[in-house]
Design a protein around this ligand. Structure first.
Ligand code: OAD
Length: 231
């Protein structure tokens, strides 16, 4: 086995204290994504959308990578082959744990973007509707998050990686948001072995050849030990 591609979701950061979206008491139980995570909501009430992401950014700064993030960084360092993390998470816990090859398909909390000219820069901890773009000066600064109805980033690279890998692993994702929710089925169609690591059985469970059920902080280090032990 030479190439492992991992898709992570909110469940990997849950034990770092960052809430998931669809678990009991999750983000989308408290907030309506229609009011926050789409371009129309931002056009209507940018201050409200900024407030939501300012809170998430502040929570992320206070959070630490957990044993699952750290184990994946160790896997990338010590595995004889290649490891790529594709994440739906907008936090920076994979990078802070030491992972280098990380594609954030839903954008990044710590990056800002101008809705006018497309310029990107490092986001301030607190963004406001009065911020101006450092390039064009427009008052159109938004978090560089992929909202519902927008196209995820890095799709060509991700599809190529899934077609080329030997093992595709999904960690802590409910398997409900496309296109990521369809990646395991695509991997299976290519004849690639698939593994789910999750507290529970995710949607589309038949797309997985194997499932490890339990908290990511316990299951991911155990799986990484197995891979490195077998290499
Ligand atoms: P969800 O909240 O939909 O799913 C979280 C998954 O993590 C569930 O399957 C849980 O069983 C699992 N889980 C929770 N705690 C865990 C733990 N300690 N260890 C292992 N697994 C655990 O989150 P995502 O699938 O990441 O998009 O959501 C996908 C997208 O939906 C997000 O990127 C976001 C959201 O709307 C946007 O904002 C555009």
């Amino acid at each position: 086995m030479g190439y492992i591609v991992i898709l992570s979701g909110a469940g990997i950061s849950a034990e770092s204290g960052l809430g998931t979206f669809r678990d009991k008491g999750g983000m989308w139980a408290k907030f309506n994504p229609a009011d926050l995570a789409n371009p129309r909501a931002f056009a209507k009430d940018p201050a409200r959308v900024h407030e939501f992401y300012n809170l998430r950014r502040t929570a992320c700064v206070a959070a630490e990578p957990n044993a699952a993030h750290l184990a994946l960084a160790r896997l990338e360092r010590d595995f004889s082959g290649k490891v790529l993390i594709v994440t739906q998470n907008v936090d920076d816990l994979h990078q802070r744990a030491g992972s280098v090859d990380v594609l954030q398909m839903h954008g990044a909390l710590f990056r800002a973007k101008c809705a006018g000219c497309g310029e990107k820069w490092q986001a301030a901890l607190i963004m406001t509707a009065d911020d101006t773009c450092p390039s064009c000066g427009a008052k159109a600064c938004r978090p560089d998050i992929v909202w519902f109805g927008e196209s995820p980033y890095h799709m060509a690279e991700i599809r190529a990686a899934i077609a080329a890998c030997d093992l595709f692993v999904v960690i802590g994702s409910s398997g409900t948001v496309y296109p990521a929710a369809g990646f395991a089925a695509v991997a299976q169609e290519h004849g690639i072995r698939t593994l789910s690591i999750n507290l529970d059985h995710p949607a589309g469970a038949s797309s997985f050849d194997e499932m490890m059920t339990g908290p990511a902080s316990r299951m991911v280090p155990r799986w990484v030990e197995q891979v490195l032990g077998a290499a």
